[in-house]
Design a protein around this ligand. Sequence first.
Ligand SMILES: NC(=O)c1ccc[n+]([C@@H]2O[C@H](COP(=O)([O-])OP(=O)(O)OC[C@H]3O[C@@H](n4cnc5c(N)ncnc54)[C@H](O)[C@@H]3O)[C@@H](O)[C@H]2O)c1
Length: 266
Amino acid sequence: MNTNQWGTIRFTDKVALITGGASGIGRATANRLAAEGAHVIIADNNADMANKAVSEIQEVGGKALFVEVDLADDESVSAAASAVTEKFSALHILVNNAAVLRTGRIEDGEWLPNWDVETAIGLRGWVHITQHLLPLLKQESAAIVNLSSEGGYLGRPGQWVYDAIKAALVSVTKTMAQEFVEYGIRVNAVAPGWIVTEMHFGTAPNPATQKKVLEELTITSCIMKRLAKPEEIAATIAFLLSDDASYITGQTIHVDGGRWGMSVRS
Ligand SMILES: NC(=O)c1ccc[n+]([C@@H]2O[C@H](COP(=O)([O-])OP(=O)(O)OC[C@H]3O[C@@H](n4cnc5c(N)ncnc54)[C@H](O)[C@@H]3O)[C@@H](O)[C@H]2O)c1
């Protein structure tokens, strides 16, 4: 791969694993890293979407493969790491991205059934897969990006579990940065604002219509007054993973259009 629309080729022959790479921000990140020369591993629990994502990368000359993983299942995490270890002798990039969003206000206890699944996938699973992949990440210098969220800084009504996880990831990012620096591994996080992804339109009665509505929505909660495209988050993730960010670690970068409040629509 010699060229792409961005004119940057920063990941030639690097091996990159993206959890949740079958959809949304993860998929845009997989596309971006592959377009910049990386061999991309899409680690996801949705085989249909993941295989489609792999095919699309391969169709344009990129390198990609699918490794099935359910981040909520310890054995699956361990098996996925073993599958990667069988194929590759080093891992240069890890993007901890896969998560689910559930809602429920504290008062009525609607959050209770969601606690286990949200934390198992979006917090425990992230640290667990990182632990299992660490031997590979230690082989050659590596970089990790964790996906936090504006929610981790806002604490929104009806989303306390999700937002608390995203706040925790800011802290986990700093812990990882300090624990892994001796292996030459940098660890950063990205806190996106509101992005038009399957997370927000996937379960709508007509996802395509809802996607268009979101893309055209005006919001008052950020300076730019619009939602972001997944590719805009992927660009920041790619920067943090690249040598362009060689002196950045333990940080959370906000990519939110200049957010100043809740996601209020106008
Ligand atoms: N979309 C937003 O507005 C937004 C804003 C801030 C932060 N984020 C964060 O960005 C990340 C990606 O979000 P997105 O909007 O692209 O989500 P998405 O729903 O489009 O994609 C999530 C991916 O994770 C996979 N996944 C779900 N459960 C899994 C499991 N148990 N094991 C393995 N894979 C699993 C899904 O199959 C899917 O491919 C998440 O961490 C999310 O919290 C999103």
